[in-house]
Structure formats: structure tokens, C-alpha cells
Design a protein around this ligand. Structure first.
Ligand SMILES: [Zn+2]
Length: 199
């Protein structure tokens, strides 16, 4: 989590000028691995989450893979640019113009990143609120939000949005479980027992 407390310039230096530290960043094998918690997500996308205003996701785990994918495309794969910079710097004859161009590209990518303001469920769908970002980022967000209306919020299986007193997007199994739970509540309402009244 140390990386989250650094600023952009420091991360840039860390990534660009220290190949050993760079290899330790969660941008290689971990990049294709699924995340299971908000903390794992924040570690996987340090550039994006060090700008974020949130400390948690207000959703169930079933949508985590959608948010993980969304964060990957929004982040713009900075590790590819970082690798190119390191490759250029390791060459015997350095192309300084090419390195400057790549560094500018990376800095622009970081500057353009949106600030994540809130991630929550509303009316059965994902709401991924951001400040800033580009039109391309907003299109990615719209697509991810649309996908959640077809994905069970509890387990990630294909689902649909249902009205169970409030709107929830669930697979058949979790919908049935929720219905059984709610019917259970309705079937055994709490009875008023004056003997249990406290003084
Ligand atoms: Zn489910």
C-alpha cells in the first residue's frame, strides 16, 4: 500500500528509473488475476486509486470482475509505456527523443485519469461516479454500468434486474434465495408480547 501514498511524480520515477522496483509493482502477473477486495483493486491500479476519493465499493462481490476490467481499460495500461521507456533506456544508443515522447505520453495518461468519487448500486445497476476523465473513459463506464444489469450482484453469474420490493439484479438462484428469505419474514411476523415489555 506504500505506493498509494506516493504522488504521481514519485510513481513515475519509481516506474521509469528503477527497473527492480518496477518489477515489484502489481502490473505483471497480478495484472491478469482477479481481485477479491477493494484493497486488492487499489493495489492493482495504483495510478487510478491514488487519485480516488473512495475507501470502499458500495456493491456486492458479484460485480467486482466488471469493475476490475473497467479499471484496467480506464488506466490505459501504463505498464506498457513504462516497459517501453525502460527498454529504450537500456539500449546502448539511447534515443532521447523517443524516451521524452514516451514520458510525455505517460504523464498525459496519468493527468487524464478520472477521479473516482463513488462506486455503488442503485436501482439494480452500477453507478461509477467520477470527476474529470475523457469521453472515452465515460463510454467505458457506461458500458460497465450496462453490463451490471445482466450480472448477478451477489455471484457474478448471468442475471436480470428484478423488482423484489426494491430493484436488484440477481441470478435465478440468488433471486429465489432472496424471495424465500422475504417470504420467511412475512410468514412469521413478530408477535406483540406484553410480558416481554421492559419497565
Ligand atoms: Zn447469483
Amino acid at each position: 500500500m506504500q505506493i498509494l501514498r506516493e504522488n504521481h511524480a514519485q510513481i513515475l520515477c519509481l516506474c521509469v528509473y528503477n527497473p527492480i522496483e518496477y518489477d515489484l509493482l502489481p502490473l505483471t502477473v497480478e495484472y491478469i488475476m482477479s481481485v477479491k477486495t477493494f484493497e486488492e483493486l487499489a493495489i492493482k491500479y495504483p495510478l487510478l486509486f491514488q487519485k480516488a476519493k473512495i475507501k470502499a465499493l458500495e456493491i456486492e462481490d458479484g460485480w467486482l470482475h466488471i469493475i476490475d476490467t473497467l479499471c484496467a481499460v480506464i488506466s490505459g495500461h501504463p505498464e506498457n509505456i513504462q516497459r517501453s521507456i525502460i527498454y529504450e533506456q537500456d539500449k546502448l544508443t539511447r534515443d532521447h527523443d523517443r524516451i521524452s515522447k514516451l514520458e510525455a505520453e505517460l504523464a498525459k495518461l496519468i493527468e487524464d485519469l478520472p477521479v473516482i468519487a463513488q462506486v455503488k448500486e442503485k436501482f439494480g445497476g452500477l453507478r461509477f461516479y467520477v470527476y474529470g476523465g475523457t469521453e472515452e473513459h465515460r463510454n467505458f463506464i457506461r458500458f460497465a454500468e450496462a453490463m451490471t444489469y445482466r450480472t448477478c450482484e451477489q455471484c457474478g453469474a448471468p442475471g436480470e434486474t428484478r423488482n423484489t420490493g426494491w430493484m436488484k439484479t440477481l441470478c435465478d438462484r440468488h433471486h429465489k434465495e432472496l424471495e424465500a428469505k422475504e417470504n420467511g419474514y412475512r410468514a412469521s411476523p413478530k408477535k406483540f408480547d406484553p410480558a416481554k415489555l421492559e419497565d
